[in-house]
Design a binder for this molecule. Structure first.
Ligand code: F6R
Length: 612
């Protein structure tokens, strides 16, 4: 998703802005640009593709100036070409924007009637012309920006700069996040605190409807009616973390390898390993801890991989806590007009904590008077700040666009919550709680063992490369895991992959099976293993090429000599979704690396999806 940086500084800012934009690269983008004011001259450089292209442009033709705004663009309106890259200009006004201006067509028509000429296909350009129109009518820059902001509908984080004032950036937020960084004699703007890490860790997050006047020595924040408003300045913990690949080839691989550690770290936040008890630590309203005993229903809302973590948890909550669970993808939930249970809990799962659809689902539940809980990786995110109970994953910054360690950490939190819920609701006695907690504590060790299988999995990945389709099958918690496997393979390698509940195969998809079709079956030896074996036999009988991910007992009992097996250690059932995530991640990773795709930033994808 687009990234925004702004600096009102005391030194040349263009190189600083590019460095900050690099820290936002992980969000995904397809063009970039920077604009500065030097004297009273507004100037910009823009480039298609990666930031190195922008850097080359700047090396050939540097930009002077102690004030500037920069942007990485993830195309929504208009192709990812230079004319559509931000900043957009209108005479003395420069604008960068993240989000979507929904009424841009109507505004564009009005502005064209007024005589403004558009040079891009973007929705953003209307903002530059609207502000310029205000200036033309005699408004001062601050008032012109406010007048423009009031006319915008949709989701936006904006930074507006003026050729006539080298000490002013106007920032505005309605949806996508925007943070102000406080320096000494310098002020900063960024889409997140990570972007501003080299400059400051003193951060103020704008709330929806806020806009701000940012100058070298001051920041004033206003609400949507134009009244001054106080927003807390906080010390960001995320911002101190440096982001690098270590000695791994990709961020994704580094993040796969971090899993034993971050799963352990996350579990330790929700489990007392000495006492073998669940000890939920809530970073939200600690005066009102979550009481699962009072709940009649849990609804879980999330997108993509986070949704699939929630899907696994549905099985856990229903099985261990006898709590009925509805699970929805947020983009459907938000418009489905769902009647909410009176004693319901709404749980939102999001790595970034900024996903627009998930946030909209949260707002819907808030309006319906629901109790709101969140599992997020970015603790200062909007979803965290908007929820009553907050259960962070301690995965550290996840930079690879495809989620890996955040997923297994989400599963770790959810497993602890489900067991905790079972205890509170009287369905898990003390002995079972102790057993389950001890089993959970084994997850990091097993994850570590699986990492040692990378070579073997790499070879299997090579057999998938250049296949046209791959099917994934699983039952019970392995069904959402199969969906996660298919999602990882699709997004990284661009191979079409689909997942089915293994028992559903014979109701249609089995027609797809022939000698060319690889079928990845996720099947630890569990209560329903035999059922999955029957489904595998149906595939084998039709010539399908099976990759079976199972344990020793499963491999023996499957008795399928023709299958290629990823042999997992025997482990307790509760941790299989966490540990079996690793081979499916590695399989997708190595398939993609072999095919030469951009693993950390797959085409068309963004890390933090802050538009609908
Ligand atoms: C897939 C992936 C996405 C995200 C989804 C939600 O690997 O990363 O499907 O899971 O966009 O993002 P968050 O968790 O930030 O809400």
């Amino acid at each position: 998703m687009c990234g925004i940086v702004g600096i009102v500084g005391a030194r040349p800012v263009a190189p600083l802005i590019v460095d900050a934009l690099k820290r936002l690269e992980y969000r995904g983008y397809d063009s970039a640009g920077v604009a500065t004011v030097e004297g009273s001259t507004l100037d910009r450089r823009r480039a298609e593709g990666k930031l190195v292209n922008l850097e080359e442009r700047l090396n050939g033709s540097p930009l002077a100036g102690n004030i500037g705004i920069g942007h990485t663009r993830w195309a929504t309106h208009g192709a990812p070409v230079e004319v559509n890259a931000h900043p957009h200009f209108s005479s003395e006004v420069a604008v960068v924007h993240n989000g979507i201006i929904e009424n841009f067509r109507e505004l564009r028509a009005l502005l064209e009637e007024e005589g403004f000429t558009f040079s891009s296909q973007t929705d953003t350009e209307v903002v530059a012309h609207l502000v310029a129109s205000g200036l033309k009518s005699g408004l001062a820059p601050k008032e012109a920006a406010f007048a423009a902001i009031k006319q915008l509908r949709g989701a936006f984080a904006l930074a507006v700069m003026f050729g006539t004032d080298a000490n002013l950036i106007i920032a505005a937020r309605n949806g996508p996040p925007l943070a102000i960084g406080h320096g000494d004699g310098e002020m900063y703007l960024g889409s997140d605190a990570v972007a501003l890490a080299p400059f400051t860790n003193r951060i103020t997050y704008l709330e929806d409807g806020d806009w701000a006047v940012v100058r070298r020595d001051s920041v004033e924040i206003f609400d949507e009616t134009g009244n001054t408003i106080d927003r807390v300045q906080q010390t960001s913990i995320g911002s101190a973390l440096m982001v690098d690949k270590g000695n791994h080839r990709h961020f994704m691989l580094k993040e796969i390898y971090e899993q034993p550690e971050v799963i352990g770290h996350t579990l330790a936040n929700y489990v007392d390993f000495n006492a073998s008890r669940i000890a939920l630590r809530d970073m939200g309203d600690t005066a009102n801890p979550l009481d699962f005993a009072k709940l009649d229903r849990l609804n879980i809302t999330a997108c993509g991989t986070a949704y699939l973590a929630g899907y696994v948890a549905k099985y856990w909550f229903e099985r261990h806590a006898r709590l009925p669970v509805d699970i929805d993808v947020a983009s459907e939930f938000r418009y489905r007009e769902v009647p909410m249970a009176a004693n319901g809990l709404s749980l939102f799962i999001s790595q970034s904590g900024e996903t627009a659809d998930t946030l909209a689902g949260l707002k819907y539940c808030e309006a319906a008077g629901q109790h709101l809980a969140a599992i997020v990786n970015v603790r200062e995110s909007t979803i965290a700040r908007s929820s009553h109970n907050v259960f962070p994953t301690l995965a550290g910054p996840e930079i690879g666009v495809a989620s890996t360690k955040a997923f297994t950490c989400q599963l770790s939190v959810l497993a602890a919550l489900a067991i905790g819920a079972g205890v509170q609701r009287g369905h898990i006695d003390e002995a079972s709680e102790q057993r389950l907690v001890e089993e959970l504590s084994e997850a990091p060790r097993y994850a570590n063992e699986v990492l040692k299988m990378e070579n073997e999995i790499r070879k299997l990945g090579h057999t998938l490369a250049h296949k046209e389709h791959v099917l994934y099958l699983g039952r019970d918690t392995n069904y959402p895991l199969a969906m996660e496997g298919a999602l990882k393979l699709k997004e990284l390698s661009y191979i079409h992959a689909e997942a089915y509940a293994a028992g559903e195969l014979k109701h249609g998809p089995i027609a797809l099976i022939d000698e060319e079709m690889p079928v990845v079956v996720i099947a630890p030896h569990d209560r329903i293993f035999e059922k999955t074996v029957s489904n595998m036999q149906e595939v084998a009988a039709r010539g399908g090429k099976i990759i079976l991910i199972t344990d020793e007992r499963g491999a023996q009992e499957a008795g399928m000599e023709e299958a290629q097996v990823i042999l997992m250690p025997n482990m307790p059932e509760i941790i299989t979704p966490i540990v079996y995530s690793l081979p499916i991640q590695m399989l997708a990773y190595h398939t993609a690396v072999h095919m030469g795709t951009d693993v950390d930033q797959p085409r068309n994808l963004a890390k933090s999806v802050t538009v609908e």
